[in-house]
Design a protein around this ligand. Sequence first.
Ligand SMILES: Nc1ncnc2c1ncn2[C@@H]1O[C@H](COP(=O)(O)OP(=O)(O)OP(=O)(O)O)[C@@H](O)[C@H]1O
Ligand SMILES: [Mg+2]
Length: 263
Amino acid sequence: MAPILEFRSVSKVFFKGDTRIHALRNVSTEVEQGELLAIVGPSGCGKSTLLNLAAGLMEPGLGEVYYDGKPISGVNSHVSYVTQRDNLLPWRTVEDNVLLPFELKTRSRMPVGERKERAQKYIDVVGLKGFEKHYPAELSGGMRKRAQLARSLVYEPDTLLMDEPFGALDAQLRLVLQAELLKTWEGSGKTLIFVTHDLTEAISLADRVIVMSTRPGRIRIIERIELPRPRDVFSIRFLPEFGQYFERLWASLKEDMHQGADV
Ligand SMILES: Nc1ncnc2c1ncn2[C@@H]1O[C@H](COP(=O)(O)OP(=O)(O)OP(=O)(O)O)[C@@H](O)[C@H]1O
Ligand SMILES: [Mg+2]
């Protein structure tokens, strides 16, 4: 099967005054349709940059990024993106934030009633029923993440990009949201690319885990996670194979620690 997303020898340099920042160097990888790919790596190694390239929000300096066999040019309308920074609009309620993608996608011809039904479906999926008329400032951090997730699902995109979506949440809530995410994803046929700092989270969720090196970001290793599905994120970490994956991936991540990562 042809890959849905391809990075071909991608390099990216940012310029800040006279300073050049090599964010990515010669990154090549493919993402299969329907795959759940996790990306881990030290801070500043170019994880968000990879997602920005996939979303078509920026272009590589060298190399190409392909989506569904075609080079990405301009915003990639096949993907939804839960960005690292919370970007709910503060003057809109949860419901109106979740409805936003329909307004941004000019090709959406869905009638208003149907849009509202769809918004309600995903508000329910993420567990925000009853909070439709609340504003972001009236929500907890976890609820804001749920609202962002609902907004990214509402258009039922083929591919979902998530950048440390549960990073700021406490451990229990993370587990709950991981379980909900897996339930929504498993069997959907959708592609999911998930950036995280948390190796346990990456192994629990993913079909494959990519470990990146410190800047300039390169792919250190790619590990296929052959743990059975459907997965129970609460208990999967106690399987002996889990520990073996953790050890291998940790050994690779650790190599960068003594070099000191950006924060
Ligand atoms: N728009 C930009 N302009 C200038 N420099 C940038 C820009 N975006 C990213 N960078 C730089 O590129 C490098 C990679 O950034 P990126 O945000 O991709 O890292 P990251 O792996 O997502 O880090 P973190 O884990 O902290 O989120 C960093 O050094 C960052 O300062
Ligand atoms: Mg980032």
